[in-house]
Design a protein around this ligand. Structure first.
Ligand SMILES: *[C@@H]1O[C@H](CO)[C@@H](O)[C@H](O)[C@H]1NC(C)=O
Ligand SMILES: *[C@@H]1O[C@H](CO)[C@@H](O)[C@H](O)[C@H]1NC(C)=O
Ligand SMILES: *[C@@H]1O[C@H](CO)[C@@H](O)[C@H](O)[C@H]1NC(C)=O
Ligand SMILES: *[C@@H]1O[C@H](CO)[C@@H](O)[C@H](O)[C@H]1NC(C)=O
Ligand SMILES: *[C@@H]1O[C@H](CO)[C@@H](O)[C@H](O)[C@H]1NC(C)=O
Ligand SMILES: *[C@@H]1O[C@H](CO)[C@@H](O)[C@H](O)[C@H]1NC(C)=O
Ligand SMILES: *[C@@H]1O[C@H](CO)[C@@H](O)[C@H](O)[C@H]1NC(C)=O
Ligand SMILES: *[C@@H]1O[C@H](CO)[C@@H](O)[C@H](O)[C@H]1NC(C)=O
Length: 511
């Protein structure tokens, strides 16, 4: 439909601008469709990279009879008109105490035919309090039902094409999970999650001894490094071999660094997308200069760094008059009421989202939220009496998260891991890549502070696409910046995310 409506407009523009040219650039509907089909032909998975050999099997079975209670028949998932294959889902407690009331909801997918059975990938979304079923349905699971899609489709770039994937709604208070939230900090969260994993491995004991990769996005930039740090610090608790972590668009440091400091530079980079007026831009420039933001990176984010990086205004939060991220958000909404902090390119109208959270604002349009449907809950052994929301209405940290930013534990995790990847979408405004670079330059791992040599441009090469951003790897840490991607990298740039996962899992030698 939208394509059809273009034609009268194209004709009019043609008449106005090109009356003297002889080669009219009018395309037939068939020609346009042909171009689109050709583009989509490139955008298919060629399957996992074959650089290394791995154990493969497409017939994982579980001998514990309890596992059968969790079996999900991949042909009976509501609205999904293809066979997703076997998977297992349901609630399991966070400890084996007989009086344990708290349970987390999980959905486990075994690897597809080309994936390895050597590994187990754990995925969590952030929030805090946002459900990992968002990841399962819209980012890296075998089904994709993303913003604006009328129905679910096969995810060609599902991480299950590489490995087993375990999506867990955590901490307590998130999604379908049961019980009263009581955690005070990330250490408490890690203890509960490891408790859940122990219970999970009792039922699915064939997964014991696998290589574990902890992955997540956004506020999981707090969860994942802390969980990994806990596992490394308490060897023997979990019968899995933690090998590495993925954090994308992660909450790693102070807000002033990941939001306010880089906000005005970000608007300049995407000037024509924001379209803020010149009076307001002049105001932003003068504030950014006064707040010590404009040249922060030029002065402090050097390779190698010159010392520890200071906080602008000596404060972890923006000081008065320096909350420029908020000011930009307000101004952006005035001229683009659909402005999406998670993906800045969106414009009016807001896309329909089957999970009811299509961007900056929650929105329900006509259909019920997918995981709040009774038939869906029954299909995946979820409690039917829980009303499901993508992001929880209760505080999962009842008194706030008492932990320091995760940059304090990340160095230990990098040192203990085989590979660590930090990924950042360049079209994400809620957390900004320039700030993530600053945090990396401020941490010391494997004997040195930060990257020693500069991050090069255009060296993140995705087969079939070409340069899709920037990449840098030193001493066990690999950092990726993904062009054109918003906050949810596996959702918006699935081919890039698949490539990066192959590297994390050791299925590809070079980043
Ligand atoms: C990737 O996974 C999807 C969904 O499970 C599957 O349909 C597809 O065939 C897989 N692709 C490859 C190349 O393995
Ligand atoms: C699963 O696959 C393995 C290896 O291909 C094979 O040895 C085993 O018998 C299969 N098990 C079942 C239940 O089909
Ligand atoms: C509960 O788990 C702990 C730690 O894994 C173990 O020592 C204990 O024996 C278990 N108790 C029961 C009742 O299974
Ligand atoms: C279970 O019982 C133990 C020992 O009586 C107690 O310390 C613990 O708080 C109880 N846990 C829950 C979740 O009620
Ligand atoms: C930032 O640095 C540039 C040159 O590198 C300089 O022209 C400009 O005045 C500086 N701005 C501030 C606010 O310090
Ligand atoms: C850099 O690290 C030091 C030491 O951990 C910390 O005090 C400081 O706030 C950090 N700076 C930034 C910009 O995060
Ligand atoms: C320019 O933008 C600012 C901030 O949104 C707004 O308050 C002001 O009215 C705008 N001025 C014009 C002329 O658009
Ligand atoms: C839902 O039902 C279960 C089992 O009947 C019960 O234990 C739980 O408390 C109920 N939860 C709510 C929120 O009503």
């Amino acid at each position: 439909m939208p394509t059809m409506r273009l034609f009268p407009l194209l004709l009019a523009v043609q008449a106005l601008l090109c009356s003297h040219t002889t080669t009219a650039r009018l395309m037939s509907k068939a020609h346009l469709r042909e171009k689109q089909a050709a583009a989509m032909k490139n955008f298919v998975s060629k399957g996992p990279s074959t650089q290394t050999t791995v154990t493969k099997s497409n017939n994982i079975t579980f001998s514990n009879p309890r596992a059968a209670d969790f079996f999900v028949d991949g042909t009976t998932i509501p609205e999904v008109d293809f066979d997703v294959g076997p998977s297992w889902a349901g609630l399991l407690p966070i400890s084996n105490a007989t009086n344990e009331t708290r349970q987390l909801f999980f959905w486990f997918f075994p690897p597809g035919p080309q994936g390895t059975t050597d590994d187990l990938v754990f995925w969590t979304n952030g929030g805090p309090g946002c459900s990992s079923l968002e990841g399962a349905l819209q980012e890296n699971g075998p089904i994709t039902w993303s913003w604006g899609q009328a129905k679910p489709t096969v995810n060609e770039f599902s991480w299950t094409n590489l490995s087993s994937v375990l999506f867990v709604e955590q901490p307590v208070g998130t999604g379908f999970s049961q019980g009263k939230p009581n955690i005070r900090n990330e250490e408490d969260l890690a203890v509960q999650l490891v408790g859940f994993m122990q219970q999970f491995l009792e039922v699915f004991s064939e997964l014991k001894g696998k290589n574990l990769y902890l992955t997540g996005e956004s506020y999981a930039g707090m969860y994942v490094p802390y969980i990994a740090n806990h596992i490394y610090s308490n060897p023997g608790q979990l019968d899995l071999n933690l090998k590495g972590i993925w954090i994308s668009d992660p909450s790693l440091g102070w807000d002033v660094i990941q939001e306010d400091m880089p906000a005005v530079n970000f608007v300049h980079k995407y000037d024509s997308v924001f379209n803020l007026n010149s009076t307001f831009m002049a105001h932003l420039d003068s504030r950014a200069a006064a707040c010590g933001y404009s040249n922060y990176s030029i002065e402090h984010v050097t390779y190698p760094p010159k010392g520890l990086l200071p906080l602008p205004g000596n404060s972890p939060e923006a000081v008065a008059g320096c909350d420029l991220w908020n000011q930009i958000f307000e101004a952006a909404l005035l001229i683009n009421p659909a402005f999406d902090i998670y993906r800045i390119f969106d414009t009016f109208p807001i896309l329909w989202d089957v999970l009811g959270f299509p961007g900056s604002f929650e929105q329900i349009q006509v259909a019920p939220i997918y995981f709040d449907r009774e038939d869906v809950k029954k299909a995946i052994h979820a409690p039917v009496n829980v009303s499901w929301a993508e992001c929880s209405n209760q505080q999962v940290f009842p008194h706030g998260d008492g932990s320091l930013p995760s940059f304090t534990v990340l160095p230990n995790v990098i040192e203990k891991s085989v590979r660590t990847v930090v990924v950042h979408g360049l079209a994400d405004f809620i957390l900004i890549a320039e700030g993530t670079r600053a945090i990396i330059q401020n941490i010391t791992w494997n004997g040195k502070q930060g990257f020693q040599t500069p991050i090069q441009d255009e060296n993140f090469i995705v087969e079939g696409m070409g340069a899709l951003g920037n990449m840098h790897s030193e001493r066990g840490l690999t950092y990726y910046e993904v062009a054109l991607s918003g906050h949810m990298v596996p959702q918006f740039s699935p081919m890039a995310a698949f490539h990066i996962m192959e590297f994390l899992l050791g299925l590809r030698e070079n980043p």
